[in-house]
Write a protein that binds this ligand. Structure first.
Ligand code: PMP
Length: 326
């Protein structure tokens, strides 16, 4: 018989899929998409949810009847929710208003409680999704806040799984890794593993216009403003990101990110989210300057099912000024 003991055991071992039609025809190297939508919760965040909660159980920080509380833009919430549901924990998530209604309903499907907070308030404001989560946790006995922005099990999960999977599946031939930066867990943990195997592997971060990462990286004056891409970019530097391990950061606009996301679905049959589009747009730029024996891996963090009413909705694209849609 072949079966998994529970849903948690199905996390990871996602496929690398070759990209063809979204790349310029003259592209020489292989460009492979690490397609994280194959995780049970539909995103790379299942990996960190599992790592953070297993560690908490191991350390006695969460016990039977406990409550998981987390400020999340959605995907980490889904990962935590499927873990919590399979263990019987209660869960409360806080989420900024800008995130899609789909993401909220998805969390509720697992039995979670969701609290919406204003989008454009600084992290230290008591109305921010970080602060509201802190308050809920303080008021809830037996609660545990995984805190993906500070928890080192976040990058560690990618060091232990994403990095080794990419190394093994490319037979150690990878030369460039491209990924968006939100908490920085994905890029930092994966890079740490890949660079330990081969220090010459180049690590390229992808940042939305309006985030501060590229300003910090290039030493230009930080200037943060709202953007529509969900899941990457920050207005502060979390403890989970290691910018020293990043070789370059490419800035991608919402419009380029969303158009590429739509092309991924229509031209490759890969339904992924906006940060995947941004990273593929950046990976195509990187690949243009490379040779046949280079090998680019670009990480596609989540499924496009989260964005059916936004990125994949012509009306929404037009109303948000992303022009003529393809
Ligand atoms: N894309 C999406 C859709 C995400 O939800 C996240 C997580 N915030 C990221 C990219 C970035 O991943 P990380 O937090 O590991 O940097």
């Amino acid at each position: 018989m072949k079966f998994y003991e529970n849903i948690i055991d199905t996390i990871g071992s996602t496929p690398l899929i070759r990209l063809h039609r979204v790349l310029p025809p003259e592209t020489q190297p292989l460009v492979l998409a690490k397609t994280e939508s194959f995780n049970p919760g539909g995103s790379a965040k299942d990996r960190i949810a599992k790592a953070m909660l297993l560690a908490a159980e191991h350390d006695g920080k969460i016990q039977k009847g406990g409550t998981v509380v987390e400020p999340t833009s959605g995907n980490t919430g889904v990962g935590l929710a499927l873990f919590a549901a399979s263990r019987g924990y209660r869960m409360v998530f806080t989420m900024p208003e800008k995130m899609s209604k789909d993401k909220e309903l998805l969390l509720r499907a697992f039995g979670a409680e969701v609290i919406r907070t204003p989008t454009n308030v600084p992290p230290e404001d008591e109305r921010s999704y970080y602060k509201v989560a802190e308050k809920v946790a303080k008021e809830t006995p037996g609660s545990f806040v995984p805190n993906q922005f500070a928890n080192q099990n976040n990058p560690q999960a990618h060091f232990a799984t994403t990095g080794p999977e990419i190394w093994k599946d490319t037979d150690g031939e990878i030369t460039h890794f491209v990924a968006g930066i939100g908490t920085g867990g994905t890029i930092s943990g994966t890079a740490r593993y890949l660079k330990a195997k081969n220090p010459d592997v180049k690590i390229i971060g992808v940042d939305p216009e309006g985030s501060i990462y590229h300003h910090v990286f290039y030493g230009t004056p930080p200037e943060s403003h709202p953007y529509k891409v969900e899941g990457t970019g920050e207005d502060f530097i979390p403890a989970t990101v290691d910018l020293d391990i990043v070789d370059d950061i490419i800035v991608v606009s919402d419009a380029d990110a969303f158009r590429t996301t739509r092309r991924l679905a229509r031209e490759e049959g890969i339904l992924a989210g906006g940060t995947a589009g941004a990273s593929v747009f950046a990976a195509a730029q990187v690949a243009q300057n490379l040779k046949k024996d280079d090998l680019v891996v670009v990480l596609l963090p989540d499924t496009g099912r989260n964005y059916i009413t936004t990125i994949f909705n012509d009306e929404w694209m037009k109303n948000n000024g992303f022009g003529d849609v393809i």
